[in-house]
Design a protein around this ligand. Structure first.
Ligand SMILES: [Zn+2]
Length: 230
């Protein structure tokens, strides 16, 4: 084991960061008190159980706060977020969230929400080396390559970037339908419904792009055998 290093004096920047995080703790106290002021049993009820109807798969972008933009409260959304709301079939984190939401919580809807002005999508449209991030951006570059003719017909810059944000959300929706988790749930309980949405940072409005239900015909290479009934 290495020797502990001498504690360093906090710099001006560190002190500012500590104050910023203290502010969050203070705001949390004020929020908790306000909630109890409105409903004394609010946290007692909320801590008993959760039965959200929705799984939200969104971008990690700080401007796309799932509960704020949908007007939902704690307990209503089960949430997974990553850079550019990507559904990767080897992502154990996403698959665990999906399995728990679909198989245990039995959510009725899974929403993949992209957003215009997505930094991850913009990065994927460049040739720049982003180091570790390159591997993640490859998932979006694949969508770009798949739709390159359509995208090159759209004016370069924001219109083309925003169109790729939309195509990416729809493509990730298709990826959800390729999972055993979703195909099994469709077979066993006729749900959940899957939705691809895009959020417009410019006006705060969500738009539906596509949706899939249990009657969706998954393309044959991705269709998985279901166990025989009882
Ligand atoms: Zn984003």
């Amino acid at each position: 084991m290495s020797q502990p290093t001498q504690p360093t004096q906090p710099t001006q920047r560190h002190r500012a960061d500590i104050c910023d995080s203290d502010l969050l703790l203070l705001q949390n106290k004020a929020w908790a008190q306000a909630m109890v002021g409105r409903d004394a049993r609010y946290f007692a009820r909320l801590s008993d159980t959760q039965s959200p109807k929705f799984l939200w798969i969104g971008c990690a972008d700080s401007r796309v706060a799932a509960d704020t933009i949908t007007g939902t409260q704690p307990g209503q959304l089960f949430v997974h977020r990553n850079i550019a709301n990507v559904v990767v079939h080897t992502d154990l984190n996403l698959l665990s969230v999906l399995a728990y939401a679909v198989e245990v919580l039995e959510v009725e809807h899974v929403i993949v929400c992209g957003h215009h002005g997505c930094g991850g999508v913009k990065a994927a449209m460049t040739q720049r080396d982003y180091g570790l991030l390159n591997k993640w951006l490859l998932n979006i570059k694949e969508v770009y390559a798949h739709h390159i003719e359509e995208l090159e017909a759209v004016p370069a810059g924001k219109p083309r970037e925003d169109r790729l944000c939309e195509l990416n959300a729809v493509s990730q929706l298709q990826n959800l339908a390729k999972t055993l988790i979703i195909q099994k749930a469709w077979n066993e309980r006729g749900g959940p419904f899957l939705h691809a949405w895009v959020y417009d940072l410019g006006d705060g409005v969500l738009h539906q792009l596509d949706s899939l239900g249990p009657d969706h015909q998954v393309a044959s290479p991705f269709r998985l055998d279901m166990p025989e009934e009882g």
